[in-house]
Design a protein around this ligand. Structure first.
Ligand SMILES: [Ca+2]
Length: 364
């Protein structure tokens, strides 16, 4: 009767052969370390990294993934895919040292996830310690991801990306480089060597914290950028955006250079800049600055790089330079400003409404 207590040898062989092969659950194809290394995870994927996806569809990790060298990607897809990281960690063999401007990671050709087509969706997990970008992609949606300690950027996207819920930490490149028309929400980006968040033209970001990055906390020099409810602290420049951009409800503190720098035609409101190492807030010609406070910065509280700037409801104190400096390009307008400090204003201004400069109702 001993034969009934043990499985036939043929069944054992089938089980052993079958176990590393990933299979579909409700149409979702599985990816795990065993199939990646031993058998390939599905048709079109040869054994060994990277896991190659050549068929459109939905995929899900069922273990952590760890490629053996910095030269290979973790996952590559040549088609539109949806990848659920399922709480797992895609982790390369890299190492890093330093922080912010001194962050230095081992570099290599391998990205954690490389998506060649557009319109991909990736979420719910971590990608770390790759030699190239953690995620390289064209366009799509990333959500609920930790992208950290990669030799490139946390995410490098050539086109529009919706980035919703991300921790972008300690990468040697940018926390994220996103193409034009992108949207970033609920993002923390800290200690990257490049920009915390680099935005293409006409992109939007809200509820972003950018801390201690080696370049700008949030950069968008292509212009037409909209930022709302952002905190930038301890970066090189806090915010550095181009023409026709809008910033509201921003706080910029303790950045090494300028707190908030915007191009011509800026709309800057309901924001504060404190204790930055250069100008608190800088805008180009024909900008509007409303309900803004700029205190304790090393040089000017507000600096206009051109004329015809409308300042209303702003205050400045304890700055090392002028409270407002607008040296060129036609008269600017002051309305309901409260300025204190050594030189309250330099440059041509027209006043109306109630102003206060060092306690005087007439500003110099
Ligand atoms: Ca493979």
């Amino acid at each position: 009767m001993s034969r009934s207590l043990s499985l036939p040898a043929s069944v054992v062989v089938l089980v052993l052969l079958g176990s590393p092969l990933a299979h579909a659950v409700d149409g979702v194809l599985e990816i795990n370390q065993t199939c990646a290394e031993q058998t390939g995870c599905f048709p079109g994927d040869a054994p060994g990294f990277p896991v190659e996806i050549t068929v459109e569809g939905a995929y899900r990790l069922t273990s952590n993934l760890a490629p053996p060298t910095l030269a290979v990607d973790g996952i590559t897809a040549s088609v539109v895919v949806k990848i659920d990281l399922n709480g797992f960690d895609v982790k390369g063999p890299g190492t890093c040292s330093g922080f912010g401007a001194t962050r230095n990671c081992t570099n290599g050709a391998g990205a954690g996830i490389r998506l060649v087509s557009g319109a991909n969706v990736v979420g719910n997990g971590a990608v770390r310690f790759f030699g190239d970008d953690c995620i390289a992609m064209a366009s799509g949606r990333l959500h609920d991801v930790l992208l950290a300690s990669c030799g490139g950027s946390g995410v490098e996207a050539t086109d529009a990306v919706a980035l919703d819920g991300a921790q972008l930490l300690f990468n040697e490149g940018d926390g994220a480089t996103l193409g034009r028309g992108s949207r970033a929400t609920d993002v923390t980006t800290q200690g990257n060597r490049g920009h915390g968040l680099s935005l293409g033209a006409s992109s939007q970001a809200r509820d972003v914290s950018a801390l201690s990055n080696g370049r700008a906390g949030i950069e968008g020099l292509a212009g037409g950028v909209q930022l709302e409810r952002v905190a930038v602290d301890g970066n090189l420049n806090g915010i550095n955006v181009g023409n026709a951009s809008q910033v509201s409800h921003a706080t910029a503190g303790f950045n090494t250079a300028i707190g908030i720098a915007m191009g011509a035609g800026a709309r800057l409101s309901d924001s504060t800049a404190t204790n930055n190492g250069s100008v608190g807030m800088q805008v180009g010609a024909r900008s509007r600055v409303r309900d803004a406070v700029s205190n304790g910065n090393t040089t000017h509280g507000f600096l206009g790089l051109g004329g015809q700037i409308f300042y209303t409801g702003v205050s400045a104190d304890l700055n090392g330079g002028s409270a407002i400096d607008s040296p060129v390009g036609g008269e600017s307008i002051l309305q309901s400003v409260a300025l204190t400090g050594g030189t309250t204003i330099s440059g041509p201004f027209t006043e109306f409404g109630l102003n206060s400069c060092n306690g005087s109702t007439t500003c110099p």
